[in-house]
Write a protein that binds this ligand. Sequence first.
Ligand SMILES: [Zn+2]
Length: 113
Amino acid sequence: MHEVSLIESVVALVEDERRKQDFSRVRSIRLRLGALGHAEPEALRFCFDAVTRGTVADGARLDIDIVPGEGWCSGCSRIVALAERFGACPICGGAPVRMTAGDELRVSEMEVE
Ligand SMILES: [Zn+2]
């Protein structure tokens, strides 16, 4: 499952951080997930517990913020809402709108102790 490797990369990042900061466990991890990305929040939650078991993130709470899709429309010369990848502009109907947000997956916050 694709989401497993995404969570594995989050755990790798947390392990890296521990080498710098020296904490014993992670209380919570907050992710920013693009609405137009390839990962489903439910699937991320589903595999989070299994993937983090035995790691420094074992038992951590997972919070997911969904980042809405946005793109630059050259017809309107502005940022518009984007409901799907390679979607047309909702205002002028022009395409393609160049996606500027909605494709990310990153850790925005981490609570450690
Ligand atoms: Zn437009």
